[in-house]
Design a protein. Sequence first.
Length: 437
Amino acid sequence: METIEPAAVWTQPWLGPCCAVGDFNDDGRNELFCLQTAGAHANSFLDPRINTGEGYKTGVEDQELFCMTLADSQGRVLWQVGRPWALDRPYSWNGNNNEFCELADIDGDGHREIVFVHKGELFIVEGRTGNLRASKKMPHEGFLLPRVIRTDHSGRHHIFIKSVTDSFSHSYGNPSLLLDHRLNVVWEKDNIPGAGHRAGFADVDGDGLDEMLIGFSLFDHDGTLLWAHEPMSPEDHLDNFAIVDLDGDGRMEIAVAHDGHAAVVHNLDGTERFRVDMHHCQTIQAGKFFDREPGIQLLFTDKAVGPAHEREAIVVRHDGHVLSRHHTLGYYTPVRWSNPLGPLSLVRCERPENLFEEFRVVLADPTGDVRSRFRVRADFSEHVRRFGLDKIHPEYPAYLGAGHCAGVGDLDGDGREEVFINNRTTLWIFQPGEAVA
């Protein structure tokens, strides 16, 4: 198998799974923003000082970890708030590396702000300096992944945010909030069935304002319920979604992943268009995976943990016809890559069933055929043994210091997106079109 060599490798104490590329400080150049935090694990439910019952707990140091860093394209720190992780052991983390923050001019003052959540508190900080602009405590500590949206024509943004997990005070995935640019609550939705993990939104009716998906319910920009579907079982909830015009008719379709069930694609009015039977659909991505096929295709992937036979990836056409069904050992990240694998190549960070096996990151085509591998850290064996990661929480090794994340961004400003693969200590940067060895 061919190997893609990194163009650069960074080893910095402030790196971690949560990294994003963009022009954060308004200087016309992209930077790398990193946030070190335990993410959804920074929660009193997992704090051994508060919850003394049975079950998984993080360390006290993990609960207190907070460090955000802005670095230039060479890895030089432009500003930093907080202190990087200093212990020898890896910190626990649970979240989504590609969605952990938003970058936008929230208040219309011509400067962009960074929006993120830490320990159940929403923060808005200045992209130029990292200084705190505003913050607001959420109803509980299970909130994560804020989304910046448009719900009026004022020129300012609103923030759509929701719980992504359990809490002591609300049902799973509830409540959801819409906040204005001053963080005032515009409305709150509670007890939405199947509310799940993510806050979904898109301008589905073409009026320039965003509609919002909470669980299996679609709300208009003003919070009016447009349609709703019941979960498929008492524990069912929204794991992921895609809102896209699949067939090019000018009308959006809405694909939803049901926890432990099939994926369902709805028409704009909420009627079912088709469904895809899966073991446990966890992620959905839309793209032009097959150049000769009409319209846009959808890639559905099963959960990234569990037996290998339960981890499938399925690519379907706009009408539900299956174009590819194959096994995988990890989530896909779609990447526009200049290597000749088709219009949309796929980066796959594999998570082996046995933590002492190889952790591969590969480049695959939409049929699952692996063409190349990225040269990154492949062996976490000593790491796993040293810190007992296989005994702490064997089902979720990637949250506890073993495994990789992948993302894309144009950090060097050449107009092409690089692929970034990172763990808690190292960032590998791969240039599109690089020769393979």
